[in-house]
Write a protein that binds this ligand. Sequence first.
Ligand SMILES: [Zn+2]
Length: 377
Amino acid sequence: MPPGPFADIPLFDHHAHSLRRVQPETPDAFRAHFTESDAPEMVARHVAWSLFYRRALADLGRFFGCAPAEDAILAARARRPVADLTRAMFTDAGIKALLVDPGFRTAEHYDLPALRGLVPCPAGELLRLEVLAERLIPASDGWPDLRERFAAGVRKAAGTVRGLKTIIAYRTGLALDEWDAASLAAAFREVRDAADRGRTRLASKPLLDTLLWTALEIAAERRLPVQVHTGFGDRDLDLRLANPLWLRPVFEHPPFRAITFVLLHSHPYVREAAWLAHVYPHVAMDLSLTVPFAAHTASDAIVEALGLAPASKVLLATDAFSIPDLFWLGARHAREALDAALTTIQHRGFAGPDDRDVIARRLLWENAVAIYGDPRE
Ligand SMILES: [Zn+2]
């Protein structure tokens, strides 16, 4: 398959997840990875009509040298062990570094040491804060105890992880409130009772708001970058509350200026994220998931982002999960969307031919190195 634009510039995939130990074998199981909906009807009837999926079949058909059809692609995938497929796809996609949020689909995915054995590049770790809190609740004796255990967990991880990651946007939203001791104690009792009955998904606003604030205090002390899920994502989020503009009090809090915040995904709040990256020195934005899920409009998102956000503040990544195909597609589509975006910007007179490579290098590699450090160290 021809290499595509910017193939010589490596991608630092600063936000992604692990791979399934058991790869999908049926069309429905495979298709389910190409939508954020968890409705079986979407997978059965509509995903096949999404332009992202149709394009993915065409690309994967070329990669495997088979027909651009589900059956042919699934047969070609089944012939390759996952280790072999992963290595081939990462190499072809020029992914030269990876940061993994291992807190997603933990039961079905390879753990980080196993994933490191599969990918042909360094793979650093991100700490998913809400998963850490959920793990600590059953053993905690009360709110103060939970908070202490959580702070100790974040401090311990701070020595090894490249950054923190919060998914509070799709639990209770980005508008953080301050909570008094009585509300926190009551919230803890409710959550602990639920955990004792086997329900561990943490969706208590008092606890989530306060634990995130605690984690941010540690991130500021330890100079750890923080990835914040913003915009679209899993079906359980209220998109109105995933608008990054809610984060203004966090960005304005003087001690938190020591943290670099990376607004993940951004869509449909690309303009809002670009404004925040424009005005706050410690805020950057990312367009993973927007590329490749937003299909041909992903290049518009890059054009939009670069309108207000300096090129030193915009990052690309795959946000790929479960199947190596999403890494390969995400990385290729990111470079292609970037190429189309830079062509548009050039036509509008705001970039010259010499700017293309310099800007592409910043979005694909250098901005991530500036935030998370050199992945090879
Ligand atoms: Zn993600």
